[in-house]
Structures are given as structure tokens and as C-alpha cells.
Design a protein around this ligand. Sequence first.
Ligand code: ADP
Length: 207
Amino acid sequence: MELSDRQETIIEIVKENGPITGEKISSQLNLSRATIRPDLAILTMAGFLDARPRVGYFYTGKTGSELLTEKVKQYKVKDFQSVPVVVKENISVYDAISSMFLGDVGTLFVVDDNGSLTGVLSRKDLLRASLGNQDLNAVPIHIIMTRMPNITVCEPNELLIESAKKLIDKQIDGLPVVKENNYGLQVVGRITKTTITRAFVDLILDE
Ligand code: ADP
């Protein structure tokens, strides 16, 4: 976050004199207590300062990047995941392409009759299957999809940064968010490169 000159000065004052009361900070700045109250609230909320009742403000010693790291570590998959588009494994390549357009997604998750994850279909998987002259209505997706157990997944309670790392390491666009039950892995959400971009924007703009 971008700090104002006054907020930077307040941090310096607290660094040198803390613990120090709000009253004393304001008198050092020749400002009223009310004027600096919002600054103190921001600096405390952002983690630069800590406030103890009847003692005053003190400097936490955390740098901007440490505070950013702390915030990133609060970002969980379940708070950012979007709705998955799921198809059955016996549908045709033609129908999968239609589902991809209708669902406005770049990755489809394939499930069996129990709703358990069996495969993943990317845009390029479907493009590859469309090269050549075969009848797309006659080709079932289960022969072209990437299948279990070679699917990279994530879980609702996982850190979003862990999922971002999986997307980079595996060079893929999306991950199914899964929960295990007696049948296998149930697809409950979707994490994509767009999700990570959204979280990044949130991180910087969310003051
Ligand atoms: P595209 O192929 O459209 O660029 P991806 O990079 O996501 O999209 O997919 C590359 C390959 O990886 C495809 O063959 C796809 O089936 C496979 N794939 C996509 N997502 C996953 C995943 N979560 N786990 C394993 N394989 C995946």
C-alpha cells in the first residue's frame, strides 16, 4: 500500500518514541488528535503499528513486503474459487466444445456417473481432436482427455499461492478444486489463471 507523507512521518515518530500515545504523536506534528486519527487507524490495520490500551502505539517492525506476505497467506482457494463446468465422460468432442462456449471457460472437468473426477479437457485438447476429418459427434471425450491420476488438483483450504505455483510448475491454465468422498474426488470449484490475476488486483487495490 502507498503511505502518505504524514503516515510515513508518524511511523518514524513511533519508531523512535514508541510506545507513545496518540495525543503525543499529534502534538509532535502540531496537528489535532482528530486529524491524525484516520492515519493511525490505517497504520494499525495495515500492521505497521500496534496499539495497546493505556500504553500507546508501537512499531511492529514489519516491512511492507512482510505485511504483503502475511496478507497473501490469508488468501485461501475457497475464498477465490469460481464455479466449475463439469461434463460426463461419454459425451462427444462436439458437445464438449459446445459446453466450453456455453460455460465460457477454457477448461472442462470430466466426471463419471458418481460425479467423481476422471479427466480434464483444455482448449487445445479439443482443437487437436478437431484436426483431421473425423466426425466430432462420434469421438467420445474420454479418449482424448487427460485422465486421472495425472490430474493436478487443489483443495478448498489450500493457500491460493500454492495453487498459483501448481499452475506455473505444471504449465496449465486451471485446476479443479476437489473434496474427497467415498466415490473419489468431487469437483466443487475451479481455480484458473484469471483467479490468480483477480487475487493479485485485490491484493494491491484492497486498502
Ligand atoms: P491449453 O492446452 O488450452 O493451453 P492447458 O495449458 O491448461 O490449456 O492444458 C495443457 C494440457 O494439460 C492439456 O492436455 C490438458 O488436458 C492438461 N491439463 C489441463 N489442466 C490440467 C490439470 N489440472 N491437471 C493435469 N492436466 C491438465
